[in-house]
Ligand binder design. Structure first.
Ligand code: HEC
Length: 404
């Protein structure tokens, strides 16, 4: 893989696609839709929405382009005979945002929270689903994009620490290019650096519409961690309001669908993608569906088996063979030749970081992985001989200079 904009530090935490999805927020007094208040029952308090002022296509403080979530909120409020007020709050961190806004009573509702079991425990309650959001394949209009195998031989942009990245990590026949945001993915596509961008759909749709003249087709995907329902979230104590909103949502569905179309969201039937890819060729390590932060259930990539077979038993290990394993598999996340701008996963820093514990840390991490952090377990994928070769290779590229 290559990494575009190596020098740019990711601004988003793991799971930030979700985080960004829910970067709606709160707290100011701006009356977004004064028109709605005319003739409304003045006795009803306004519906206070939390929203991010700079998060199109979801929300913005530009009254000409309020964004999906605010427009949905406005439509709901109008049905309830209320005005809308918006509490602006900027945050990259979804759950923290929810805690500091919705759960601190800064607003009544947040549109677009992921309807995931146990999203924030019982503290947050949800409306009925309003839509589905997730990842999409973006590519030239004449390209066939009906399943994962249509990506074979192509260069595919995936967002750092996203489900698509995990999903494709073990496909040696698909070249991954890690990007840090959907914006970067679209730019890479437009600049011809990749053939496909497998990125967050609503943003892809919005950019396609507003920046790329609708040049691309956008195919929604479906599978674990690729597509989820979203809803309107409320604090637990707001059950009555939630029920009121649920009462009007069904009649708003056509309007909500129209809003998604207006903001460019893909509306075709999603392609099933997260399911275990049918292993149609033997050279492919089929990927199980994975969600962000889970380790892919890996099959051994055959390419590496072939290149390392002859070094088995070499107790010292073979850096050349290790490098091949590394670049065939680990490089998808850690960078080709372990060159990686993101320090946390820069494996050239292992020695500096762990000094005498470097080797034990290496073995523990590669054997068991750190599934919650997006590092897969490799002990069922590679033999210890192969992993030793990788270790020997990594030793040969440790950063020894300077004080960083
Ligand atoms: C799907 C992405 C992915 C792949 C593929 C991957 N890793 Fe990792 N790896 C990570 C992430 C993310 C972390 C950081 C985990 C954390 O934050 O603690 C990590 C951490 C590590 C660490 C510990 C780094 C430290 O400073 O603590 C080692 C060692 C490591 N990986 C080795 C490997 C090797 C060897 C391979 C190939 C066999 C590999 N990784 C493949 C994602 C990946």
């Amino acid at each position: 893989m290559s990494c575009i904009n190596r020098n740019e530090v990711p601004k988003r935490a793991p799971g930030a696609q979700l985080g960004k999805a829910i970067r709606t927020v709160l707290l100011s007094t701006a009356l977004l839709a004064p028109a709605f208040s005319a003739g409304a029952d003045e006795a009803k308090p306004s519906l206070r929405l939390c929203a991010d002022p700079t998060n199109l296509p979801f929300s913005s403080d530009d009254p000409g382009k309020p964004g999906l979530y605010l427009e949905i909120g406005q439509a709901v409020a109008q049905k309830l005979g209320r005005t809308v007020s918006t509490n602006w709050y900027k945050s990259y961190f979804g759950k923290r945002t929810v805690r500091e806004t919705l759960l601190s009573k800064q607003c009544d509702a947040m549109v677009g929270l992921p309807l995931i079991d146990d999203f924030m425990g019982p503290a947050v309650i949800f409306s009925k689903p309003i839509t589905h959001e997730g990842y999409a394949l973006v590519g030239a209009r004449d390209r066939k994009l009906a399943g994962i195998d249509d990506l074979r031989g192509l260069r595919v942009a995936v967002q750092y620490q996203s489900t698509p990245q995990n999903l494709l990590a073990l496909r040696d026949d698909i070249q991954k290019v890690t990007v840090l945001s959907p914006e970067q993915g679209m730019a890479a596509l437009n600049q011809g650096k990749v053939d496909i961008a497998f990125i967050w759909a609503p943003v892809a749709g919005w950019l396609n519409k507003t920046s790329y003249g609708d040049e691309y087709q956008i195919v929604a995907t479906e599978g674990d961690g690729l597509l989820w329902a979203t809803a309107i979230g409320f604090a637990k104590a707001s059950g009555a309001l939630r029920d009121e909103v649920d009462g009007v949502l069904p009649s708003l569905q056509p309007e909500i669908s129209a809003l998604f179309a207006k903001y460019g969201a893909p509306n075709g039937a999603p392609v099933k993608f997260g399911q275990a890819a049918p292993a149609t060729t033997s050279s492919v390590g089929a990927s199980e569906p994975v969600t962000v932060g889970q380790a892919p259930a890996a099959e051994k990539p055959l390419q590496t088996a072939a290149t390392t077979g002859d070094v088995k038993g070499d107790a010292k290990g073979d850096a050349t063979a290790g490098r091949e394993v590394f670049n065939g598999t680990c490089a998808h996340c850690h960078g080709p030749d372990a060159v990686q701008a993101e320090r946390k996963i820069d494996l050239r820093l292992l020695k500096k970081r762990y000094s005498d514990d470097m080797e034990s840390t290496y073995w523990k991490t590669v054997h068991d992985g750190r599934p919650a952090k997006g590092m897969p377990a490799w002990k069922d994928v590679f033999s210890d001989d192969e992993l030793r070769n990788v270790y020997v290779y990594l030793q040969s590229v440790q950063d020894t200079g300077g004080s960083n």
